[in-house]
Design a protein around this ligand. Structure first.
Ligand SMILES: Nc1ncnc2c1ncn2[C@@H]1O[C@H](COP(=O)(O)OP(=O)(O)OP(=O)(O)O)[C@@H](O)[C@H]1O
Length: 262
């Protein structure tokens, strides 16, 4: 039974059709990846699914209920969390403080209560130190809890972002290029973390350019090209699909995929 169900999504910006008739569904415990060349519509699709953009057509359902028209912070409360391509870390705060305030930012209840600085709202949404520490343990950063986030290496910051998203206790976690800019060792740590999150029962949706990572950890892959779905299937079917190879993987990509898949 699928948890997240996306059907026939579409949006254009001026004359540019960014996403056109895209659908997919993801079950608890699955890693579902979205790949495609630059400009294929991957990030726009995430923005449609997470309520940042309102689709001009199509539907997004979580556990059977439509999410269309709900704001991103309400979607967080319904169980959908995400990370962004660019780091959203407060570099002058400690690692643990970043996790503690992460939940408050994600669930920000209203502009007015923010403006008024209502303390009960801030307190309710702030994670306790113990809960934040448990999340840091889960992503392998407990030893850095009291270090300034700005002093962490890049791969650790990417894991800190994931810890902040996990603070919302999501049923669905969308990760936008979690391994971008990471070296091979950092990427391995992120790949192990994503697999652990899925094993614990969360549905994970991933945008990632690192084909080795995608082929290794995905249960299913959706390939987009020019805003449209080009193929969907297991890593093996995608790797062998001539249309995918022609449009995206090319020689370099398919060699990477072969290596990753053994
Ligand atoms: N807010 C916007 N206004 C106008 N055009 C946009 C907007 N957002 C995206 N686009 C266009 O929509 C298309 C899809 O872009 P998108 O960023 O979703 O692709 P992507 O697959 O995520 O690319 P990348 O891999 O480079 O991140 C592109 O042609 C882009 O220029």
């Amino acid at each position: 039974m699928s948890l997240l169900s996306v059907s026939d999504l579409g949006i254009s910006f001026g004359g540019v059709v960014a996403v056109d008739g895209v659908g997919f569904s993801v079950s608890p415990g699955e890693v579902f990846s979205i790949i495609g060349p630059n400009g294929a519509g991957k990030t726009t699709l995430f923005n449609l699914v997470t309520g940042i953009y309102r689709p001009q057509r199509g539907d997004v359902r979580l556990a059977g209920q439509s999410l269309i028209g709900l704001s991103p912070h309400l979607l967080v409360r319904r169980g959908m969390a995400r990370t962004f391509q660019n780091l959203q870390i407060f570099f002058r705060m400690t690692t643990i403080e970043n996790v503690m305030v992460g939940r408050h930012l994600a669930e920000r209840s209203s502009f007015l209560s923010d403006l008024l600085g209502l303390p009960h709202v801030a307190r309710q949404n702030r994670l306790t130190r113990d809960a934040a520490f448990a999340l840091l343990e889960r992503v392998g950063l407990a030893a850095h809890a009291d270090a300034n986030a700005g002093s962490l290496p890049y791969g650790a910051l990417k894991r800190l972002e994931i810890a902040r998203a996990l603070a919302a206790e999501p049923k669905v976690l969308l990760l936008d290029e979690p391994a971008a800019g990471c070296n091979a060792i950092e990427t391995e740590a992120i790949d192990a973390l994503i697999v652990e999150i899925a094993r614990a029962g969360t549905a994970v949706v991933l945008i990632e350019h690192d084909m080795k990572l995608v082929m290794k950890i995905s249960d299913r892959i959706l390939v987009l090209a020019q805003g449209r779905p080009l193929a969907e299937g297991t890593p093996r079917t995608i790797r062998d699909d001539p249309a995918v190879i022609a449009a995206y993987l090319g020689d370099h990509g398919s060699r990477e995929a072969d290596r990753a898949h053994g």
